[in-house]
Write a protein that binds this ligand. Sequence first.
Ligand SMILES: *Cc1c(COP(=O)(O)O)cnc(C)c1O
Length: 399
Amino acid sequence: MSDDRPIPENLVRRTPLPTSVSRPVVTPIMPSVVYASDCPDELDAQYEGRVKGFTYAREGHPNAEVLAQKIDALEGAEGGLILGSGMAAVTAALMGCLKAGDHVLGGDQLYGRSLRLMGTDLPRFGIATSLADPTDAAAFARAIRPETRMVLVELVSNPTLRVADIPGIAAICKERGVLLAVDSTFSTPRAFRPFEHGADIVIHSVTKLLAGHSDVTLGYVAAKDPALRKAIYDFAVTTGLTPSPFDCWLAERGLMTFHLRYDRAEENAKALADHLAGLPGVRRVLYPLRADHPDHNRASGLLGARGGNMLSFEVEGGRAGANALTRAMRDLPFAPTLGDIATILSHSASSSHRALSHEARAALGISEGFFRISVGVEDIGLLKRDFAAGVAAARAAAG
Ligand SMILES: *Cc1c(COP(=O)(O)O)cnc(C)c1O
């Protein structure tokens, strides 16, 4: 009878790892939700911060910490936190630091879900919000109220790639005692380090360029002031914005090539912007370092030669032209994201900005023929050929 067969002792009890004088070269993935301690005294010591130890994965785990330390090094930050998404990072930064009665002022071209958090969710908790144009520091100054506690801006906006006057805004924030939070997803620490320009909080969607392969959803938030850091951490742990160890591991692997991918993608973006500008059927090209960009001077001042991998352009032919362009470029993913190793094309009117009225989109300069490109690391010759074919198809459809 099978009942007679003893169950080996080590079957259900966890086995210690085999001994080895050598170590793994690659960071191990540690999915453990809990960490065992020797005794209650040791657990006390851990909770009281006298010794370092993990306890429960929602409160922190090794893969998140390894990743956080690498992004900290890139940003010149300390004690950054990895969370389950870029939006988790935005939410923790705002809700961890603000209280009912506070006001938060945002840039008027923030990421769509950040706008929704500000416009719909924060007001439900008694936090007032408003928006102003971050390319105009004087307009920003006028929008600050006595109860303004925080400003949230992005340096490079989506999808028109306007460049915010962060030094101007930082000076106003300092003078008025307002916290400055910068969502630096588009510019990345390769181009711009917000802490060097007066930011108090830096936020990233690690999902995008930092991880770089469109296979993880993660966020990062760091604060200069340890008290804010703790407030953000406690909010994130309480609300469970925890990242998965496997995602952190994938992102660590992606991050190792971030600088190489970024440099190559940026070089491609510069060349592709100039190529597009020379194609018949292209109405305009938006790239921060081009002389015809509305914020060209500020972009050069703040970014130097680091124009980034994002560019936008507009073709003739309205929606019919846009449909013809994406159909003619089937090898290139038409999808609403950015920062992938490969080039990705997105159409703001049907995705990120679809909730806006036609007039509101027109005011931002987003027509049916407006596309955003997240340029990848492909051979530039291939990209030039693909886009020449796409633009020609749009032009033909325009008639
Ligand atoms: C994508 C993005 C976010 C949100 O990040 P997720 O990882 O998708 O939650 C926030 N801000 C900016 C600027 C983004 O591009």
